[in-house]
Design a protein around this ligand. Structure first.
Ligand SMILES: *[C@@H]1O[C@H](CO)[C@@H](O)[C@H](O)[C@H]1NC(C)=O
Ligand SMILES: *[C@@H]1O[C@H](CO)[C@@H](O)[C@H](O)[C@H]1NC(C)=O
Ligand SMILES: *[C@@H]1O[C@H](CO)[C@@H](O)[C@H](O)[C@H]1NC(C)=O
Length: 265
């Protein structure tokens, strides 16, 4: 899919609430402080290397896995990022993660992120999913009327109208049903730089500590591309990010053209 050819076929008006509005009490208690965060480099990674078998060098992070465009072409900014993925089925022990795409938040632009995606929880063996968007450092907002289930195919898109106004769009590929929201930066310090674009599986934090990453099998972003207004970059122009915790890989990533594959390790 060319981002430039992307269009919204059926409009859906999103209902939005602060991320603590769900009636699922465990989720409610948990999500309140689980803001999605910028890339955090793994301090254990002395150097980045092709440890996952790919030929390119990977970045190591404690909270992100996926694909990261580390910088746009000189003089340009990423203004439009898209990707499609199948919502994973979580298994095993309790855990939480988020699958999202965004602009900024990578090592070159840690002060803000415009992002949208799906939170994925497993609690007592039951899967729960919540659509959300966030303009970091502001807390996330839940999109209460975009009901998501495991194995749904979801297309995400984030656009920067300018540095302080953006549009997030979520589309159900089964129905073509799609909704968009215009969002604004919480303050001028959170203005987008357009310096990174990413397709991410994130381990969330609660009370300053990472929560267990659930066993998610694989998340694959297809049509993972970012547009600067001048050129469209596939994810493969960037770098794969592997998630490292306590000295071991918990998720590894590979990129092939516009496909970013993240495997639970
Ligand atoms: C997408 O559409 C399918 C088929 O109608 C439905 O079962 C599913 O819940 C929808 N998912 C979302 C996220 O809207
Ligand atoms: C950004 O775009 C929005 C929506 O078009 C507009 O209201 C706002 O004034 C613009 N901000 C800047 C700094 O250009
Ligand atoms: C770093 O890796 C070692 C094992 O290689 C592990 O014992 C330690 O907990 C790790 N530290 C961090 C901060 O991940």
């Amino acid at each position: 899919m060319k981002l430039t050819a992307f269009f919204i076929s059926i409009a859906l008006t999103f209902s939005v609430a602060t991320a603590s509005s769900s009636d699922f009490s465990a989720h409610l208690a948990a999500r309140e402080s689980r803001i999605s965060r910028p890339f955090t480099k793994s301090t254990n990674a002395t150097d980045n290397g092709p440890l996952d078998g790919s030929t390119t060098e990977d970045l190591y992070s404690t909270n992100w896995a996926g694909g990261l465009l580390e910088s746009p072409p000189v003089g340009q900014r990423f203004i439009d990022v898209g990707g499609t993925f199948v919502v994973p089925t979580l298994r095993g022990n309790d855990g939480a993660m988020s699958v999202w795409i965004g602009i900024d938040g990578g090592p070159n632009a840690p002060q803000s992120i415009l992002q949208t995606g799906i939170d994925c929880y497993i609690i007592g063996g039951v899967n729960y999913f919540f659509a959300w968007f966030e303009w970091y450092p502001q807390d996330g907002f839940e999109i209460t009327n975009f009901v998501v289930a495991a194995q749904n195919t979801i297309t995400l898109r984030v656009q920067a109208v300018n540095s302080t106004t953006g549009i997030i769009t979520l589309t159900n590929e089964s129905t073509g049903q799609s909704g968009s929201l215009e969002v604004t930066a919480p303050d001028v310090d959170a203005a987008l730089q357009g310096q990174t674009a990413e397709w991410i599986v994130e381990d969330l934090e609660q009370d300053g500590a990472l929560v267990p990453l659930p066993s998610f099998g694989q998340v694959q972003f297809t049509d993972a591309a970012a547009f600067t207004g001048v050129v469209e970059d596939f994810a493969s122009v960037g770098v794969a990010v592997d998630m490292v915790q306590n000295g071991g890989f918990v998720a590894t990533s590979t990129i092939n053209q516009n496909i970013v594959t993240v495997d639970y390790a």
